[in-house]
Design a protein around this ligand. Structure first.
Ligand SMILES: Nc1ncnc2c1ncn2[C@@H]1O[C@H](COP(=O)(O)OP(=O)(O)OP(=O)(O)O)[C@@H](O)[C@H]1O
Length: 558
């Protein structure tokens, strides 16, 4: 793969794993398309409630598909579980928050005079000042504040020494007895009477993630804006004049300021994203021209998809009035969705120059040894038959697969009507030992099956834990229904756990107890399963077969 392709892949993968939110215009466009697609439904005779339900379902599906967030991920967020994937925490810094941070920062306690805004965003948090002797409460982490974090007012209950805003004679500096790193804001901060700040040095694993307008880049665009932004982030300041003196430009001030090695590294890192996005743009142009040999990206990833991935970065040259407004601004261009933008054009020209250079150098000449012959004839299918026949074949195959899966169902299965009512007014003691680490299956052979599967699939600690919970549950008699959610970022190994479970149930001749369902055909195919729709609805309607109801609700794993 070329360097460009690698960077384009990096851009795609990082977009995928970070699953960025949708742009507002994309969101509205998706909703509009749903309404346009459903004009007949909307004008139809369905009840209002049914129409609304259908439209909402389609909207949710469309938005989640656009965000590349699948059902499990959406459920994860709805349940309030955060992503847990890296050694670092990414804290989004929205502009609105940023303004608040800047405000807090400008009026920050004197003890933090030398901290930069970037460090401030990383490590500070507001805390509420309470009565003397009481523990202070962080706005974020009420539970984590111990008594050592308390800050006492020097005298009187509830009184901060800076409590009286009119008392100008008051010493701003520090009238608290500090027994920790907690300090109050300086006067001028709207919450200085009630709030303070604390700094947690251990939070250096927090990475500020600037959203709501990309950071400017160092190698292009408005240099003054770039320098101002970097100085704002990395130089300690309280007012604009601390950042830059009137006689100097931002560029000069930037060049004169000694950034630490780590800050330089941060600034270098800021640019990597742009390098990858440039590569992605180049790659998209190359694909459009058909210059790319196949095989680097999957087939579905055509130039349109790549273009779509790249269209979120038109704002990286934005400046807060640091430069003049550009008459060729892509926003103004009536053909902005069909024409290449100015950066695209200049890149295209650069690429063209390189292509000509390479061509002149003879690199594109035919190889003296010729190229390997290849067959350009279209592939003829081995079997030619009508679509109805194909349908019948697929249906037969499906029956075959179902029969194979269900062949070990015990004869004496209980009719579902006689299964206990889960809502019955009853109290039962249920065994939850399957959740514990020390659980051991009653039969040795069962335990060995569990252990062997974990070994065969080389499951890591977290995968093993998830696997053991399900497997232990499956081998425990009379346990309550297990409702478990296994979440995680793309590529963390969820599917592998499902594969291990499929193998485990198969080994126990209990494939009928384990069904893998996915929301889309692709997700189902990846896991060798079925779609929800196919399994739960069409199966019954199309094949008129009886769904095999499990003995009780603990018997079927989905
Ligand atoms: N314990 C493991 N040992 C070796 N390889 C593993 C392990 N777990 C997962 N992998 C490999 O990592 C890759 C990603 O795993 P998997 O497809 O299970 O992730 P996923 O969380 O289901 O991803 P996605 O969210 O994209 O569907 C696969 O190639 C898989 O074979």
């Amino acid at each position: 793969m070329s360097g460009t392709a690698i960077k384009a892949v990096v851009a795609y993968v990082s977009d995928y794993v970070t699953k960025p939110g949708l742009k507002t215009h994309a969101l509205f466009d998706a909703i509009r398309s749903i309404f346009e697609r459903n004009t007949e439904l909307l004008a139809g005779s369905l009840k209002r409630k049914d129409k609304a339900r259908k439209i909402i379902t389609q909207t949710v599906n469309c938005l989640t598909a656009k965000m590349e967030i699948g059902g499990p991920m959406a459920a994860l967020y709805l349940l309030g579980h955060p992503d847990h994937y890296t050694s670092h925490k990414y804290v989004p810094v929205y502009w609105k928050n940023y303004v608040r941070e800047v405000h807090d920062y400008m009026y920050r306690p004197k003890a933090f005079e030398d901290e930069t805004l970037c460090e401030w965003v990383q490590m500070s948090s507001r805390i509420k000042l309470c009565k003397a002797g009481d523990a202070m409460e962080s706005e974020d982490e009420l539970d984590n504040i111990g008594s050592t974090n308390s800050v006492k007012a020097e005298s009187g209950p509830l009184q901060s020494p800076m409590d009286d805003i009119d008392d100008e004679s008051e010493n701003e500096e520090t009238e608290f007895e500090h027994d920790t790193d907690n300090y109050c804001f300086l006067k001028g901060h709207p919450l200085y009477k009630t709030h303070g700040a604390q700094f947690d040095e251990t939070k250096c694993d927090v990475v500020p993630n600037f959203v709501g307008g990309s950071l400017p880049r160092c190698d292009r665009g408005d240099r003054e804006y770039y320098c101002a932004t970097m100085l704002t982030l990395f130089k300690p300041w309280r007012s604009g004049t601390d950042l830059k003196e009137n006689d100097y430009s931002w560029d000069e001030t930037f060049n004169d300021y000694s950034f630490t090695e780590q800050q330089k590294q941060f600034m270098k890192n800021f640019n990597i994203r742009y390098e990858c996005n440039d590569a992605r743009d180049d790659y998209a142009v190359q694909m459009k021209r058909g210059d790319i040999p196949s095989g680097v990206f999957p087939e579905w990833m055509n130039s349109d998809v790549l273009n779509e991935l790249g269209d979120d970065d038109t704002d990286y040259f934005e400046g807060a009035n640091f430069g003049c407004s550009d008459p060729h601004d892509e926003e103004e261009n009536p053909n902005k969705y069909t024409d290449m933008g100015k950066y695209g054009i200049s890149r295209y020209e650069e690429m063209e120059a390189i292509r000509i250079g390479v061509k002149e150098a003879g690199w594109l000449d035919p190889s003296p040894n010729g190229i390997n012959p290849f067959d350009t004839k279209p592939i003829q299918p081995n079997i030619m038959q009508s679509s109805s026949k194909w349908k019948a074949v697929v249906s037969d195959k499906r029956q075959e697969v179902l029969a194979e899966r269900n062949k070990h169902i015990p004869e004496n299965r209980i009719n579902r009507n006689s299964a206990p009512d889960p809502n019955e007014n009853n109290v039962q003691i249920v065994d939850q030992a399957y959740l514990t680490k020390d659980f051991v299956a009653k039969e040795k052979v069962t335990q060995s099956q569990i252990d062997t599967t974990i070994k065969d699939y080389a499951l890591n600690t977290e995968q093993e834990r998830a696997f053991r919970i399900v497997a232990n549950h499956a081998v425990s008699p009379k346990v309550e229904q297990l409702k478990m959610y296994l979440g995680g970022m793309g590529g963390t190994g969820k599917s592998r756990v499902i594969q291990a479970l499929t193998y485990f149930f198969k080994g126990r001749n209990e494939s009928h107890r384990f069904v893998t369902l996915g929301p889309t055909g692709t997700s189902a195919a990846l896991l060798n399963g079925s779609t929800y729709h196919s399994f739960l609805v069409s199966l019954l309607v199309e094949t008129k077969m009886q769904l095999v109801w499990p003995k009780s609700n603990q018997d079927l794993m989905v």
